[in-house]
Design a protein around this ligand. Sequence first.
Ligand SMILES: CC(C)(COP(=O)(O)OP(=O)(O)OC[C@H]1O[C@@H](n2cnc3c(N)ncnc32)[C@H](O)[C@@H]1OP(=O)(O)O)[C@@H](O)C(=O)NCCC(=O)NCCS
Length: 179
Amino acid sequence: MSDTLWRPMTATDLPAVLAVAAVVHPGYPEDEAVFAERLRLFPLGCLVLDGPVGPIGYVVAHPWRRAAPPALNRLLGALPSQAGCFYIHDLALLPQARGSGAGGIAAARLAEIAADAGLSCLALVAIDGSSGFWRRQGFREVHAPALAEKLASYDDAARYMERALRPEHETTAEGRTTP
Ligand SMILES: CC(C)(COP(=O)(O)OP(=O)(O)OC[C@H]1O[C@@H](n2cnc3c(N)ncnc32)[C@H](O)[C@@H]1OP(=O)(O)O)[C@@H](O)C(=O)NCCC(=O)NCCS
């Protein structure tokens, strides 16, 4: 699959993005305002995967603080003036779009965007059994007491993960990484 199928998201994509989210994440509903705010705050981090008749996937990411995943369905207000990581809010593909490399291409694209923005770390909360996918993309679970409360709006299987983008940035800010 060509990475040219991932393109920048625009505000007109939001209804289609919400439709994909409703199929992929029925247990984690988020308001359109949440997607619209991320798109407004950091448009470079919002991409759409086009299928034959419209979007079949999306990714939303933005600079953020490490070990501080935002609660689900909450507005951010503003981006931090000193971000420590590029936080992947969501990567979602419709079932028919999975298994052909589009997810891996998106992860690689996000790493490039983060590096271009001067960020040395990617971070996310893995849900729905996706931690294996993220491990294949170079992410590792981070365990820190402060994270437990922050993960409470997700589910018991949610895992906070990070991926360093530079060799000198191997250790975590508030926890330890697992190999
Ligand atoms: C997770 C998701 C983005 C993966 O996208 P994808 O396009 O199917 O993944 P790819 O085809 O690029 O797979 C890349 C590699 O990861 C592996 N992989 C994919 N999903 C996996 C999973 N859930 N667990 C373990 N490995 C997985 C693939 O086998 C492939 O391995 P390879 O490099 O040896 O070939 C997609 O399945 C999805 O949208 N799932 C539902 C939403 C979701 O869980 N999003 C993550 C929220 S944090």
